[in-house]
Design a protein around this ligand. Structure first.
Ligand SMILES: [Zn+2]
Ligand SMILES: [Zn+2]
Length: 255
């Protein structure tokens, strides 16, 4: 096979691995506690996140919890309402880094995720993780394929993670008018369900982002398979029930 085409194919597969680990592990489990996985599964996710993105989970969790707590206000780390959707799309990685580097935000919003010894030794060193992936690709498939795969994966991961924060707060449909998130089908297909962002903001603690069986939520399908294999334990999964409970609580707090 042509080494560039092979690189694109491998890059796309690595991107999917990274995005599934992001939505299942960083988002649905660590941030919102909507699901829990067996310890061995968590370690696999941890390793995949390290080698494919270099993200520190406690930083990602803190930035995302802050986004939920202050959506569309000046405190929101990446609000299209405040900054404009194009700026959030293009600057997402910088907006993320600015808040992630703030130790106070991380200790306030992710105090349940202290730094572990393995973090200090390995996982907090992004270059080491990403270098491990790149070296593995180069040894296995050759340097050209490795460069193409790594670049393609990085562009997809950074670009589409940005789209969840920009496009899915600006374009698309809304089932719930209680939040500014939107549902964008093509984005949900590419991001393992993250594009169903309106449902997610309405019911953040739901492990399932879809409301109907025909709605595209590959992350939820993966959780169902893992639950069947006794690798995952779902806490909540009914978007409608959780959404009405959440809006009742909001109304009580407002009155
Ligand atoms: Zn959002
Ligand atoms: Zn969330």
């Amino acid at each position: 096979m042509n080494s560039i085409f092979l690189g694109l194919l491998i890059g796309f597969l690595i991107f999917q691995l990274a995005i599934f680990s992001t939505t299942l592990y960083l988002h649905r489990q660590l941030t919102h506690k909507a699901v829990s996985f067996r310890p061995i599964v968590n370690e696999v996710f941890r390793f995949v996140i390290w080698t494919t993105s270099g993200i520190r989970p406690r930083q990602w969790v803190a930035v995302h919890r802050k986004h939920h707590a202050h959506t569309d206000t000046m405190e929101d780390p990446h609000s299209p309402k405040v900054l404009g959707w194009k700026r959030v799309q293009l600057m997402n990685v910088f907006l993320y880094r600015k808040v992630a580097k703030d130790g106070k935000t991380v200790s306030n919003y992710a105090r349940d995720l202290p730094q572990r010894i393995s973090d200090r030794l390995f996982y907090d060193h992004a270059i080491l993780g990403l270098g491990f992936l790149f070296a593995g690709l180069a040894i296995w498939f050759g340097i050209i394929t490795a460069i193409v795969a790594f670049t393609f994966h990085s562009l997809l991961y950074l670009g589409l993670s940005g789209s969840v924060n920009s496009v899915a707060h600006h374009f698309g449909r809304q089932s719930f008018k209680t939040n500014s998130g939107t549902n964008v089908i093509w984005l949900a297909i590419l991001t393992a369900g993250e594009g169903l962002h309106n449902h997610h903001h309405a019911a953040p603690t739901s492990a399932r982002f879809s409301r109907r069986w025909y709605q595209i939520d590959p992350g939820w399908w993966a959780i169902k398979v893992m639950a069947f294999l006794k690798l995952a334990n779902v806490r909540h999964s009914d978007v409608d029930k959780l959404a009405s409970r959440t809006s009742q609580i909001r109304n009580l707090l407002r009155n």
